[in-house]
Design a protein around this ligand. Structure first.
Ligand SMILES: [Fe+2]
Ligand SMILES: [Fe+2]
Length: 277
């Protein structure tokens, strides 16, 4: 079974590129399930229900979020009802949203996704290690394939989570810093890991935002609106091959698809997934 995991989708350039690229990429790479971190999908912070629907129709099966989860509060009713999107599992119990997201892959194998926030250089949150232990207990065998999005600043936090979970989940994949790292590997006995898969959005930018705005503010200290940039949209993520009988990861490979890469993919007619669920 092949799982495609996309890093932080940033703004309309990121959403549009996902809609254009995902059907061809899924067909070409024979992907069985798509997970995306979408905490920056609407204007760079949060996600509206409309953008959530667009991503689902584009072929995203499960959505994880991060520190920007509630920036667009319209998403709260979706977070409360929809089993395909989750809040960070180490958020307070009263924070709206599910502790994990769950859906069948193309072959029917149930796949769970969850996200955790790091605690270094970030707003204080509950212990991510104990939070993930609670989620794994709650899942109690509902899904043999479990993908954990570790949404954190510090690479050390991300490695620690991978070692806490090795052999217990299929993959621990990093998001939040928007910069892909080259440390993809499998920790025995079968947990795929990478510190950060990179963002899906405009790369002619500072982490997705307009360079001129961020640079002038950094130099002069005069605040300006950090609007989402538009140039050089790319899709960044990782493909993890999982043995669906055991849940063990066999291979992890980084993906970075730009306009030239998309043009080189064989074209397909997009088939939207069925509604609901
Ligand atoms: Fe982000
Ligand atoms: Fe984030």
């Amino acid at each position: 079974m092949r799982i495609l995991f996309l890093g932080d989708i940033v703004g309309q350039p990121g959403v549009t590129f996902v809609k254009r690229a995902l059907p061809a990429l899924v067909a070409h790479e024979q992907i069985d399930l798509v997970i995306a971190n979408a905490e920056n999908a609407s204007a760079g912070a949060g996600m509206t229900p409309g953008v959530y629907r667009q991503l689902r129709q584009a072929g995203v099966d499960l959505v994880t979020m991060g520190d920007h989860i509630y920036k667009r509060q319209e998403i709260v009713p979706v977070l409360e009802k929809d089993q395909r999107i989750c809040k960070p599992a180490n958020f307070p119990e009263d924070a709206p949203g599910q502790m994990f997201a769950l859906a069948p892959a193309r072959d029917g194998t149930p796949v769970a996704a969850l996200c955790l926030l790091g605690r270094t250089f970030m707003r204080p949150v509950d212990c991510p290690f104990r939070a993930v232990d609670r989620v794994l207990n709650t899942l109690d065998g509902q899904a043999r394939c479990i993908i954990v999005d570790i949404h954190a600043e510090a690479t050390g936090d991300k490695y620690l989570m991978a070692h806490h979970l090795k052999g217990r989940v299929s993959a621990v994949l990093g998001t939040h810093t928007h910069v892909p790292t080259a440390d993809e590997q499998i920790f025995p006995p079968g947990t795929a890991f990478i510190s950060d898969v990179g963002m899906t959005g405009p790369y002619d930018s500072i982490l997705g935002r307009r360079i001129d705005r961020v640079l002038s503010t950094a130099v002069t200290f005069v605040p300006s609106a950090f609007d989402v940039a538009s140039g050089d949209p790319r899709l960044a993520g990782a493909i993890v091959e999982v043995d669906s009988a055991t849940g063990k990861a066999l291979v992890i490979r980084r993906i970075m698809l730009d306009e030239a890469g998309l043009a080189a993919l064989p074209a397909v007619t997009p088939v939207p997934p069925p509604e609901g669920g």
